[in-house]
Design a protein around this ligand. Structure first.
Ligand SMILES: *[C@@H]1O[C@H](CO)[C@@H](O)[C@H](O)[C@H]1NC(C)=O
Ligand SMILES: *[C@@H]1O[C@H](CO)[C@@H](O)[C@H](O)[C@H]1NC(C)=O
Length: 316
């Protein structure tokens, strides 16, 4: 079990626009619905646990939905980079009764411990701004947000059917947007297919990095994937808004700078962002018939002052 942490060491020197290495203070964040600041226990070493602040997007109860947004919109047009770490705990247990027909009329119980539904990293320009709170359940708190793109970390697979109608057996990452139309977790709007399969709800701390480069960066062309639904967002907005690349890095890929996927799109055009291309950044989560605690342990967004990240290919 590996715990990925956000630290100044893994970041290099990040003079981000906002950095929350822990959430001991949450100034500048707006929280909606069931999201609230909390105290999370975190291993400092094998022997000791230390309490630090975190954002609990949902507690481990059914039908919760929460969102948190940074209070000021950030410029998207010139590129950005954002990382967060999260941890999933207290998954709900689900038991079913089975009857052993061969031998007796006795029933036995089979239980699985796998909660839901998951969380999302969201960039949006919805009219509700920092009060935006989407739908719960599979919509993970971002469904219903207009002008949004969601990197969805889906951990509720009982209703997600694979190609043959089987439940997709593992946690997975998807990218979802309908441009300026309210977003949804349903339907054929996924911008990735198949999704990226990756363990998420195993109790350890995971790190996700989302980066938008406002041009076709050679360094990442080997990771390129464009699913047909994404092609309508491969727009050229003229001199000032060229096609960019949205990159998603997971766990070890953050350290090695290997994205799990690179999707060509033009974010300011597809979300119809005004002028300088500003949008709100945040995280959402929801539970439904299955539940679990969604804790965000750390988060930063760098959209302007990304000194120190140029070394990895970021140019403002
Ligand atoms: C946050 O709070 C915890 C517990 O009070 C403390 O151990 C930790 O050092 C604090 N972190 C910062 C950066 O102050
Ligand atoms: C926006 O606000 C309205 C009015 O409060 C509310 O009915 C609606 O659900 C909100 N939508 C989102 C996505 O936050």
């Amino acid at each position: 079990m590996v715990n990925y942490r956000l630290s100044l060491a893994t970041l290099g020197v990040v003079l981000g626009d906002f950095v929350f290495l822990d959430f001991n203070q949450t100034q500048g964040l707006r929280m909606n619905g069931d999201a609230s600041p909390s105290t999370c226990r975190r291993e400092r070493s094998l022997a000791s646990l230390v309490g630090t602040g975190c954002i609990q997007l949902t507690t481990s109860r059914p039908n919760q939905v929460g969102s948190t947004w940074y209070h000021l919109p950030q410029p998207v047009q010139s590129g950005f980079e954002s990382s967060f770490t999260f941890r999933i705990t207290d998954q709900s247990q689900h038991c079913t009764q089975h009857r052993d027909l061969d031998f007796s009329l006795e029933t036995y119980e089979r239980c699985t411990s796998h909660g839901g539904n998951g969380l999302a990293f969201v960039v949006h320009n919805d009219l509700n701004g920092t009060a935006a709170l989407g739908l719960g359940g599979n919509d993970l708190g971002y469904g219903g947000l207009a002008a949004s793109i969601a990197v969805e970390l889906d951990m509720e697979y009982s209703t997600n059917r694979g190609a043959k109608g089987d439940p997709a057996p593992v946690d997975h990452v998807e990218l979802r947007s309908r441009g300026i139309t309210p977003n949804t977790a349903y339907g054929a709007d996924a911008l990735l297919a198949p999704p990226i399969y990756h363990d998420l709800a195993d109790g350890s701390e995971h790190i996700v990095k989302v980066k938008y480069v406002p041009w076709m960066d050679d360094a990442y062309l080997a990771y390129l994937a464009a699913y047909p639904t994404a092609t309508r967002f491969i727009l050229d907005g003229g001199e000032h808004r060229r096609i960019g690349l949205l990159l998603i890095f997971l766990d070890e890929g953050v350290r090695t700078d290997d994205p799990a996927i690179a999707v060509p799109l033009n974010l300011p055009e597809m979300l119809n962002l005004p002028g300088g291309g500003n949008a709100y950044f945040g995280l959402t989560a929801a539970t439904g018939n299955r539940w679990q605690t969604h804790d965000i342990m750390s988060w930063y967004v760098c959209a302007r002052n990304c000194a120190g990240t140029e070394a990895k290919g970021f140019r403002p």
